[in-house]
Write a protein that binds this ligand. Structure first.
Ligand code: TMP
Length: 204
């Protein structure tokens, strides 16, 4: 068994159901005897959680939004993710940089080169070992969003915004098939867990 920590991220449009599976991933890894750190973006540190409140609830310019996402990410890496991986823990994050490409580039229309420049600055080549992309057709995600709690600033966006976000995620998966695994999130929870378990097994 490898003693090196790994970084796993979960992605998908709001309403795809990814957060339901976060606990399963963590429990599966713990059963293998791993130390597991579960976290999220934006957030994951006290400063990051303060930035999350602003990002989810305050109106702002699209570039400001992008910069705050990466400011929170830098703090997340420096304070939590990199130290955890260095001591051999596995880190499971509810969203990471693929979300910036999907939402700020796909959704808001910011040029991908700008995001790539921030990614290089903040991550210095660091990237997830495995990304689970929970994919559902737009109407399924929309139904799940409207059944959920009070909408935040992103969840209030139009269906067309989420279609662009979904397509940007799928484009990334096509460009990086070895890292990003697309899961059909319309499947039953049991079927998804079987598929996720197999992917985790492959990483162990
Ligand atoms: P969550 O609802 O999955 O916790 O994510 C919060 C929101 O933040 C979600 O609507 C997606 C958005 N987001 C971005 O727009 N860009 C990013 O880089 C990240 C990490 C999240």
């Amino acid at each position: 068994m490898s003693t090196q920590g790994r970084f796993i991220t979960l992605e998908g449009v709001d309403g795809a159901g990814k957060s339901t599976h976060l606990g399963f991933v963590a429990d599966w890894l713990r059963q293998q005897g791993r130390e597991v750190v579960v976290t999220r973006e934006p957030g994951g540190t006290p400063l990051g959680e303060t930035l999350r409140e602003l990002l989810l609830h305050r109106e702002m310019d699209a570039d400001t939004e992008l910069l705050l996402m990466f400011a929170a990410r830098r703090q997340h890496l420096a304070e939590l993710i990199l130290p955890a991986l260095a001591r051999g823990a596995w880190v499971v994050s509810d969203r990471f940089t693929d979300a910036s490409y999907a939402y700020q580039c796909g959704g808001r229309g910011i040029a991908a080169e700008r995001i790539a420049a921030l990614e290089a600055w903040v991550q210095r080549g660091f990237a997830p070992d495995l990304t689970l992309l929970f994919d559902v057709p737009p109407e399924v995600a929309e139904a799940r969003r409207s059944a959920a709690r009070t909408a935040d600033r992103f969840e209030r966006e139009a269906d067309s915004f989420f279609n662009r976000v979904r397509n940007a995620y799928l484009d990334r998966a096509r460009a990086e098939p070895a890292r990003i695994h697309v899961l059909d999130a319309r499947q039953s929870i049991e079927a998804l867990r079987t598929e996720i378990g197999q992917l985790l097994q492959g990483l162990a």
